[in-house]
Design a protein around this ligand. Structure first.
Ligand code: KG4
Ligand code: ZN
Length: 333
């Protein structure tokens, strides 16, 4: 029996999961609401709240999985990339816990884990597959050859797709994180109501900073004519922005699929919860004969279940790290 406890603390979610022989038996996530008032995650506050949450979240996960800590075989943790202060809480706790229980430590790359979340439930993608990984900090097209043999074939040159959603939300006066709210309003709006700049970026790379500026200038110009423009057209603005972001994401994904001759296509990361992206991907798959893999909502945004499943595959390979391991805000892919 390989019972692994996994800790995720890279940003503003404190999460702990238990994986029992490749099956997730607990996945507890404590969200931090404190950042709502600030329009973004405040690193210092995030790390303090992780400190308050970590012990109760560990206890809850052990209770949910009906596991005694003496039954654990390894401790997995997110080493990076992420906010250093936040990572430090999870990494330090993982190290102390492993030392106290005399257990091996497994270091997990957060971005690999988003992709490996596809191996929690069935159906699982077959190697090699392409994964569009879209989160608050990253936008990448990854060629996944095996569990830990992955190559980035395209990525953003500036903002991430999640940032494009969150910054748009901020312009519209919506609280952080704005992505889910833009999605909610978009459902009642017309995606063709307004048109925004389409970036012309080479190869398989992305850029979202021009789109953000185009939205900002458009709103400012409209508000000169109608000071209530945002309130009067909120649903249509959200639907049009979402349509633009989804179009940019999927056109490069299509290009990558054709270039590599791959029809196994997955999406991962917080933005993969977006309803427009999920629908757009499904209709592109129907047209092009792709097998698509879309994670369950609970495994899109940050969670420790994905760290646990990545940790489980490292455990099977005997891939452990020593007590001298330190968190990395930027981690080699
Ligand atoms: O993967 P994640 O939870 O954290 C990072 O590793 O960054 O991603 C968070 C990002 C945020 O930018 C959030 O606004 C976005 O995912 N997001 C969404 C939706 N749900 C979360 N963006 C658009 N539509 C959604 N439904
Ligand atoms: Zn993430």
């Amino acid at each position: 029996m390989s019972v692994i406890l996994a800790i995720e603390s890279s940003c503003d979610e404190t999460s702990v999961a238990i994986c029992n022989n490749g099956k997730i038996t607990a996945n507890v996530i404590a969200n931090q609401t404190i950042h709502k008032n600030y329009g973004g995650v405040i690193p210092e506050l995030a790390s303090r709240v992780h400190q308050q949450n970590i012990v109760p979240v560990i206890q809850q996960a052990l209770t949910d999985a009906k596991v005694n800590k003496k039954e654990l075989k390894a401790i997995a943790f997110t080493r990076g990339p992420g906010l250093l202060g936040s990572l430090l809480v999870g990494v330090s706790f993982a190290k102390s816990f492993a030392l106290a229980l005399d257990l091996p430590l497994i270091s997990v790359n957060h971005m690999h884990a988003h992709i490996l979340a596809h191996f929690i439930d069935d159906p699982k993608p077959k190697f090699p597959f392409l994964c569009l990984t879209v989160s608050g900090g990253h936008t990448q097209i990854v060629l996944v050859k095996d569990y830990f043999n992955m190559e980035i074939v395209g990525e953003t040159l500036d903002d991430a797709a999640g940032e494009a959603f969150d910054k748009t939300a901020k312009i519209l006066g919506l609280p952080y994180p704005g992505g889910p709210l833009v999605d909610k309003h978009a459902k009642q709006g017309d995606p063709k109501a307004f048109k925004f700049a389409d970036p012309q970026i080479k190869a398989l790379d992305y850029s979202f900073s021009g789109l953000k500026t185009s939205i900002l200038y458009f709103i400012r110009a409209q508000e000169k004519e109608n000071p209530n423009f945002i309130a009067d057209h909120l649903n249509d603005i959200c639907a049009s922005v979402q349509h633009s972001i989804v179009h940019i994401l999927l056109s490069k994904l299509k290009k990558a699929a054709l270039q590599y001759g791959i029809k196994e296509i997955a999406i991962a990361g917080g933005v993969s919860a977006n309803s427009g992206l999920r629908q757009g991907l499904q209709s592109m798959a129907d047209q092009l004969g792709w097998n698509v893999y879309i994670p369950a909502f609970e495994y899109c945004t940050d969670n420790a279940a994905m760290i646990a499943i990545a940790g489980y595959h490292k455990y099977l390979n005997g891939d452990f790290v020593g007590q001298d391991v330190a968190p990395l805000s930027r981690m080699e892919f």
